[in-house]
Design a protein around this ligand. Structure first.
Ligand SMILES: O=c1ccn([C@@H]2O[C@H](COP(=O)(O)OP(=O)(O)O[C@H]3O[C@H](CO)[C@@H](O)[C@H](O)[C@H]3O)[C@@H](O)[C@H]2O)c(=O)[nH]1
Ligand SMILES: [Mn+2]
Length: 360
């Protein structure tokens, strides 16, 4: 990473201004064994390929020529796959961040703003409640809430997704202070409610609010419309009125709806809530929309005008953050002057759980 060689980074002992380090990187033991194994395996592959080439050169019939050629091609493909997988085994490392050291040098009020992007594309393949859960796990980060802005891009152009987020905006007022108070790690509500740590009368109350929100959204979806009894005020009515006849996911004007404004909206304990903005970009059958990349580009443009945070975090709708300290961990890299000027992005490892049958 950056101009520092990996070797220099291994010896990182001090952070900026000789403070304790913000992050360290350590080589994993037993790498030597991987390399020896790869060398032996590589020789075996080369010998096999050499054998195929020899047989090919000496083959006398068309049948043996074509069989050997197919074997050679197949083994070349397998060899390529094996070589590309070795990159991860040659120099495995473990990175560690020390947010406590960062907090000692940088005051919380001086942390940068954070614009969070979530994309969703289809309310039936990607149920709105799933996207809401993802968003809540990010809104509940351990970070000054008024510095967080969550932008949701809805390529499905669905009133149900907007309804789900209107409900989520209200639920956030209960969920965020609850997570803070209980210091919950998994801040995706449905993951928390199905975890063994979930048990207390307070948690039961929150679960009840969650279930009633979920019920309302799912009922509306089952009925196939957001009827009058889901709408609470004129502002909400005005938003849903944008779904005029002829509105389709592939052809409709832009909808941008601010659901939470961090300058005004507070949770039940009086803390400010993060910004929450619903965006469904304009679509037209005559111009390509470029899928997720197109959606992210639109969110970039919208967020630049609305909040323009120097840090952007993006997350697919089928993932969630299982560590509320993620923004601080990211800042451990972004605030390190030694790598800051060359740092483009920080990527966190993904852990796959509960993959559905379409995701293999
Ligand atoms: O027109 C589209 C299509 C997809 N998406 C979103 O893009 C994300 C990724 O789509 P998904 O169907 O989950 O694709 P996966 O194959 O699971 O995703 C992997 O592969 C994609 C590229 O194929 C990457 O963009 C993803 O980050 C990566 O997780 C999701 O949030 C979608 O809602 C849109 O916003 N608009
Ligand atoms: Mn996915």
């Amino acid at each position: 990473m950056g101009s520092q060689s990996l070797k220099d980074q291994y010896s990182t002992t001090a952070g900026p201004f000789n403070s304790p380090p913000f992050h360290t990187v350590e080589r994993l033991p037993w790498t030597g064994l991987n390399r020896v194994f790869a060398a032996i395996y590589g020789c075996a592959i080369l010998a096999l390929l050499y054998h195929h080439v020899q047989t090919l050169a000496n083959s006398k019939t068309l049948a043996s020529f074509s069989i050997t050629l197919s074997l050679l091609i197949a083994d070349l493909v397998l060899a390529f796959m094996w070589v590309s997988a070795q990159a991860f085994r040659m120099c495995p490392i473990r990175r560690k961040e020390y947010p406590e050291n960062l907090k000692r040098l940088v005051k919380e009020e001086d942390f940068p703003g954070l614009d969070v992007f979530i994309c969703t594309a289809d309310p039936y393949k990607e149920p709105p409640m799933g996207v809401v859960n993802t968003a809540l796990s990010l809104m509940a980060y351990d970070y000054l809430t008024e510095k967080i802005s969550v932008y949701v891009s809805d390529d499905g152009g669905s009133a149900f997704t907007l309804l789900a987020f209107m409900e989520a905006a209200k639920f956030a007022g209960h969920w965020l202070p609850f997570c803070r108070k209980k210091n919950i790690m998994d801040r995706r509500p449905d993951a928390y409610f199905s975890s063994p740590q979930f048990s207390s009368s307070e948690a039961d109350e929150i679960k009840e609010i969650y279930e009633s929100m979920k019920g309302r959204v799912e009922n509306a979806m089952n009925r196939g419309e957001v009827s009058e009894n889901y709408i609470n005020n004129d502002e909400e009515r005005e938003a849903f009125n944008k779904w005029k006849p002829g509105f389709t996911p592939q052809d409709h004007p832009t909808i941008i709806q601010v659901l939470l404004d961090s300058r005004h909206n507070k949770d039940i304990t009086g803390h400010f809530l993060p910004n929450l903005i619903y965006v469904s970009r304009q679509k037209s059958k005559t111009s390509p929309h470029h899928f997720k990349a197109g959606a992210l580009n639109v969110l970039l443009r919208v967020s630049t005008i609305m909040t323009n945070a120097p840090i952007i975090l993006t997350q697919d709708r089928d993932m969630y953050s299982n560590d509320p300290g993620t923004p601080l961990r990211m800042l451990c890299y972004a605030c390190d002057p030694a790598i800051q000027s060359t740092l483009g992005f920080v990527q966190f490892p993904q852990r796959f759980q509960g993959i559905n049958k379409y995701d293999y």
